[in-house]
Design a protein around this ligand. Structure first.
Ligand code: HEC
Length: 199
């Protein structure tokens, strides 16, 4: 179950049991139009599910996703998707965190944005920057710009634990300019049209 209450998992045991993302701050996190269309045609965003340890198996060269252990998300019709997206957009459990962010779209990511993501900060060890390329323990990042509000991404990168106290994404204590560059890189990435390898 996704959590609709105003509380993220506060122990590792709770974190491991989580089967869907916390939704009590869905309105702070997601773009409403994306939720509406995703619910009608849900595609996997976390290549190895909510908790990757349960869904990877050793491969010849590296770990691989064991797709047989993953389930598909329920699909809604257009009218239900619209209603659910509207309700979720009103759930703003972390409004204060969002209000303290200011997205600066004019900071170009340049080549440094990608370099920070792939190498300098090691984000790619957990996130895929295109289908099949990157780590398996985080969500795919090449669709994040379409899914998420820029303010959520800024705040989450600044402090993942402010949103999800037990999550394994590290807080890198990045300066604001670099956080803005990373977010603008993620937004630029989501404008490229990758054909999806993993559905
Ligand atoms: C050790 C693994 C790990 C590393 C390294 C890591 N992340 Fe994450 N990241 C995660 C996990 C796990 C989540 C939560 C995904 C979820 O909602 O299931 C996450 C979530 C995110 C989100 C929100 C995405 C979403 O789909 O909800 C963004 C944006 C993000 N990370 C960016 C970064 C950036 C930028 C870096 C490098 C500075 C980074 N991450 C490094 C594991 C990691």
């Amino acid at each position: 179950m996704s959590r609709l209450t105003e509380r993220a998992p506060s122990t590792l045991a709770e974190l491991w049991k989580r089967k869907g993302p916390d939704l009590f701050y869905a309105g702070d996190k997601y773009r409403q139009e994306w939720i509406e269309s995703w619910l009608q045609n849900p595609k996997r965003i976390r290549p190895a599910g909510m908790f990757y340890i349960n869904h990877i198996k050793p491969g010849e060269k590296r770990d691989m996703v064991d797709a047989s252990t993953l389930t598909n998300h329920v699909k809604l019709n257009a009218s239900d998707a619209k209603k659910v997206a509207k309700i979720l957009a009103e759930m703003k459990g972390h409004e204060a965190l969002i209000k303290s962010e200011k997205h600066n779209a004019s900071i170009s990511p340049g080549p440094l944005g990608e370099m920070m993501f792939d190498k300098i900060y090691g984000c790619m060890a957990c996130h895929q920057i295109e289908p099949g390329y990157g780590g398996l323990s985080g969500s795919e990042i090449y669709t994040a710009g379409k899914r998420l509000t820029p303010e959520f991404m800024l705040s989450y990168i600044r402090s993942p634990q402010a949103w999800d106290p037990k999550i394994w994404m590290p807080n890198k204590h990045l300066p604001d300019g670099n956080v803005q560059k990373l977010v603008n890189y993620i937004i630029a990435l989501s404008k490229e049209n990758f054909t999806r390898a993993i559905i």
